[in-house]
Design a protein. Structure first.
Length: 382
């Protein structure tokens, strides 16, 4: 019989994001070519707001979904002026129809960016809601667990801290791009060499370049990375520069090249897969379309034998990974190094480099009221 539950309200909870090593450290990025923006991404990120979509039903249940992109305040207006009217009155179980209607209705201003980030949050909130209604964890609803726990690597240049926490695999944020010249390149090399000595021969090291390189510089970085056994180089170029990814692979073929955190929807990932531009995909569940869309992206990638290792942290990411065969591991970004908290509490945290999920209904998280009351600062994830 059709479900009796109906969506009765949709709202967005927001809180300003705090500064941290993610925003206030020197990290190579597309704006590094401008001296005034080289040392701190906060100088050009602008005002970043965490946002969570909450969807409630006539039976009193509610589901929560985080919004990617760090523009929660903008998302509020999209939900209020457009998406809420397309959601209210529908069954929360109509996930496919709702996704298609929101995507189609926002075509004139959407298809990527903030519109798809809001759709991602809606989709995640619906799955959280369905889990609560059925009393099942989301991973059981989207395929079931394919393993007992998830191997996680940690992102952040605090290697001593992370090794002490039990991680063996670390991803470094590359500090310097082409604008920092040869001295910056040498500094990058020293950081990689020191990390290899600390991690030992068996730990994986990865490099996050955050779209900050040009081709000649990327080739030099790749050669240095190869020397110290770096596993992959991540997002060296802007997502639309697919030809540069191919040329880098040709120039340094024996190191993995990855990308995807700034791509949106299955249609954008199609080009990366079909042109063999990357060795695996890194969609962000809070940007690329939520649980429903990442399942489609992973299924398509599997046809070509391309693994998926999502960008970002949080329960939705980990429920997706544990239920998807071609997702071999997950990322954990150290957003807690400065003592900040998340807008959602109860998120899974790795122990000794592995993530285990419980059997709580939905994603097992809840709104962090301390953050909403302004009693704690919000960790910057976007």
């Amino acid at each position: 019989m059709p479900s009796s539950e109906r969506i009765t309200s949709v709202q967005v909870h927001t809180a300003p994001m705090a500064l941290s090593w993610l925003t206030d450290s020197r990290i190579a990025n597309p704006m590094s070519r401008y001296a005034e923006h080289r040392d701190r991404r906060a100088t050009w990120f602008g005002e970043m707001t965490a946002g969570v979509v909450e969807i409630q039903t006539n039976d009193g249940e509610s589901g929560l979904g985080f919004i990617g992109g760090g523009r929660g305040s903008v998302a509020q207006e999209i939900v209020r002026s457009h998406f809420a009217s397309l959601l209210i009155g529908n069954s929360p179980f109509q996930v496919e129809m709702i996704w298609d209607q929101l995507y189609t209705a926002s075509t004139m201003y959407g298809r990527s960016g903030i519109a798809l980030e809001v759709i991602s949050a809606v989709d995640i909130a619906l799955w959280d809601l369905i889990g609560k209604i059925t009393g099942r964890p989301v991973y059981e609803l989207i395929g079931g667990a394919t393993r007992d726990r998830i191997r996680a690597y940690v992102t952040g240049n605090l290697t001593d801290r992370h090794l002490d926490q039990g991680f063996r695999d670390v991803k470094l944020a590359l500090p310097n791009g082409p604008a920092s010249g040869k001295e910056g390149l040498k500094e990058n090399a020293r950081m990689i060499e020191q990390t290899r000595k600390k991690a030992g021969p068996d730990g994986d090291i990865m490099l996050d370049c955050y779209m900050g390189l040009d081709l000649p510089y990327a080739i030099e970085v790749a050669k240095i990375a190869r020397e110290f056994g770096v596993l992959w180089i991540e997002e060296p170029f802007a997502p639309e520069q697919i030809d540069l990814f191919l040329r880098l692979r040709d120039a340094v073929p024996d190191i993995l090249i990855t990308a995807g955190e700034h791509e949106f929807s299955r249609w954008a990932f199609r080009a990366l897969v079909e042109r063999r531009a990357v060795d695996f995909l890194q969609p962000d569940i809070y940007r690329a379309g939520g649980i429903s869309e990442l399942k489609k992206i992973a299924a398509y990638a599997s046809v070509y034998g391309v693994p998926v290792i999502p960008h970002g942290i949080g329960a939705p990411t980990y429920h997706f990974v544990i239920s998807t065969v071609n997702c071999p591991r997950a990322e954990f970004v150290d957003v807690f190094a400065q003592g900040n908290e998340l807008l959602l509490e109860g998120e899974p945290v790795p122990k000794s480099g592995f993530i285990e999920l419980n059997n709580e209904p939905g994603f097992g998280y809840r709104l962090n009221n301390r953050v909403l009351r302004g009693e704690a600062q919000v960790a910057p994830i976007w």
